[in-house]
Design a protein around this ligand. Sequence first.
Ligand SMILES: Cc1ncc(COP(=O)(O)O)c(C=O)c1O
Length: 323
Amino acid sequence: MSGNIQSKIGNTPLVKLQKINPYPNIEIWVKLEFTNPSGSIKDRIVHHIINDAEKNGLLKPGGTIVENTSGNTGAAAAMIGAIRDYKVILTMPDKVSIEKQNALKAFGAEIVVCPTAALPEDPMHYVNVAKRMASEIPNSFRINQYDNPLNPEAHYLTTGPEIWEQTGGRVTHFVAAGSTGGTISGISKYLKEKNPNLFTFMADPFGSIFYKYFKTGEIDPNEIGSYNVEGVGEDHLTKAMDFSLVNDMIQFNDQNCFDTARLLAKEEGIFGGGTAGANVWAALQLASRLTEPAVIVTVCPDNGAKYLSKMYNDEWMKEKGFL
Ligand SMILES: Cc1ncc(COP(=O)(O)O)c(C=O)c1O
């Protein structure tokens, strides 16, 4: 497969924050997942899941890949579908940026845009629409990123070992926000096997149910609220998310993550999406609490170019009251 773009998935760079980390005894490293071919961390899971589906006869030549996705998983599916000649149908909430929607179309995928306001039990919720389409379309395969154990497994097999290697086994803390939870669960599982003292710190946006569930065990629908950052937080629990691997959590708002993402670009030259801002903001919060030297690792899940019309657009930021 060398030479094929799919062979360029993973083995992403890990870079150390140089200017925006004020804590001299704490290293903060960011894994640049936007260097994956479709521009995000999701290439890893889709590649792993589609390979497995082909191997086990769940996806046959000429078949259709269906998935509910906030965009990045869709881009990965659309890219791999294009290469392997599968039809790809993707459902998503209407808050997904127009750049992300158009990127999927560029790879030849069909998109179905659903109302962001639809609650999980609503048939118009984008997850339910994908499930229905997958059950109706013959020879179709749903990636099922939220509940598929192969999602965290992809990170357990690739991202976790890469972080361990790249830090020379020095990593002490891992920080990430989650949506499916695949990233934080898979990476933490691997790193904790290597170092049982590894501390996992999860960031969660206000408006998501994860934080309260982690703290109290309660799934509280009153916690569900709207927020602008795309791709993290959830209104339902997922099987890809293993809370037993998380040591503590912190909540953030749109302002925290957008300000930090813009600072990352301006000061560190790291042009990531809003969730890179959330992850680095949380890493800095964690660093401010630590008294011993530490090596914190987090991820920059996707490319800032996907958000040029939103958080990298001053007019949009002003309209939303963020600037
Ligand atoms: C931009 C972005 N950041 C972070 C995440 C969270 O990753 P995970 O689903 O592995 O928890 C996603 C997932 O959709 C994403 O699209």
